[in-house]
Design a protein around this ligand. Sequence first.
Ligand code: MSP
Length: 593
Amino acid sequence: MLRISAFRLLGRTGASRLSLLEDFSLRHCSSDPLGVRGDTRDARAYFTTPIFYVNAAPHIGHLYSALLADALCRHHRLRVPSAAATRFSTGTDEHGLKIQQAAAAAGLAPSELCDRISAQFQQLFREADISSTDFIRTTEARHRMAVQHFWGVLKARGLLYKGLYEGWYCASDECFLPEAKVTRQRGPSGDLCPVSLESGHPVSWTKEENYIFRLSQFREPLQRWLRGDPQAITPEPFHHAVLQWLEEELPDLSVSRRSSHLHWGIPVPGDDSQTIYVWLDALVNYLTVIGYPNAEFKSWWPTTSHIIGKDILKFHAIYWPALLLGAGMSPPHRICVHSHWTVCGQKMSKSLGNVVDPRTCLDRYTVDGFRYFLLRQGVPNWDCDYYGEKVVKLLDSELAFALGGLLNRCTANRINPSGTYPAFCTTCFPSEPGLVGPSGRAQAEDYALVSAVATLPKQVADHYDNFQIYKALEAVSSCVRQTNGFVQRHAPWKLNWESPVDAPWLGTVLHVALECLRVFGTLLQPVTPSLADKLLSRLGVSATERSLGELHFLPRFYGHPCPFEGRRLGPETGVLFPRLDRSRAWLVKAHKT
Ligand code: MSP
């Protein structure tokens, strides 16, 4: 946290506290941001990723931020199929000292570097099936206009003043640091150099006249917001951490730099000698995308969920809500925070040479495979480690063997020669275990399976709501295992279609397993869209039958007609997911990474 002692602020003081509390209203916010509870027909949602710095090529950490947002957004679309109900923005953060310096080091004009790296992010997101509706670049004219307008509002409300800033600045992290957050480290020449205690990046001493934002006025409103809305920042430890930070003094924030020092940015309106601080510039992207300052933004803003990494929590959970309150708006509805990926136990960094290229991973493990890996293994609460062997093991066991094997067992010609969704026999599998008569074949574990799969969509939705996508996938995977157990238990390959005793039960076993697969395919759409499409197409599930609203699991068991019974399966399209360890070359490569 910044401390006021890091600053020497000279300037006009004593601006009114404004009517901040009156402005601070969440009354328009939906209490159900992800739209699973209640009537969701009109539930809008706006998901955002951070906008990515263009100083270097994308890595798997960046892709992870985007994938989390993508999965949340796709899950919301499953609940509220109307395309107009969801927006999902991503983009690139192109201004600031960091980019200015990176361009100079590469011998490029900043705009050339921005074009080049922004294109790489766009291409990666296309290849990774990120279903964003908006891509913003902060160098666009629409954004400059939004930032300058936002600045004007803060100014008009008396929240900006000119003062002398003196303290440490870290260009890599684009942030100001108090003395307590700076340490000395030996540089390449052996000299002691000041660096940020948190990131280890070099810092430099800055002393200049800037515009200052009255951040200190917002400590109490921020505390009230967070105490009044325990879901505002999730997972909970991050919510708690922000409240802890707010226990300390909240110093005012310098929000511009001298243009002679920082020219690559948006000029302060009416004062070309100053450039707007890159974090203020960057944060406003979330408003630009939804049309700010035009009135249309008002209908989207209350539905905003920001997905961010833990390193940028302070900017999103303190600076941004304070700026919004200052401009008369509500804080973001929800901030979902994730931790970081390390590689073979080490932090990813250019200097260590261990940065993992996500495009190589998409090639090697397939798009759906790598999406599944990152979302299945990534736990928002703590850092996760990446290494190739782990990816191969997970994908082989859960996608190739368990899920692919299950599909194959129920659709293969030798077991399902008619290539249809067989009929369900209610006397073989009555709706209650107590009703099992002489021709009943279902066992206690079979009822447990039906109950587990019936509650799975709700369980998955709850995990999405709590931003625990890995738990949703864990739950699906556990049901896949249970379904394989069901098939194994009843060994349909030992039953005979020609036998009047076996045939109804054989059909029922396959019917139940196919119903389970339909649920898994539907629920996997947000994470593995192509694989889920392949699975659902093979089951003969049409495009209009794939939303959560249409997902009525095993209706025959509950006494309702089943639209799939007797329907032809879709065409055979080969293995659902290829085994990765089949190819030694892949494995050797993967071990090395
Ligand atoms: N430009 C700012 C964000 C501005 S948003 C208004 C920025 N950019 S970044 O490119 O450095 O980071 C973008 C996202 O990538 C952040 O959410 C960050 O946490 C995430 N990651 C960067 N390294 C990461 C890992 N090693 N692992 C997981 N995510 C990480 O910050």
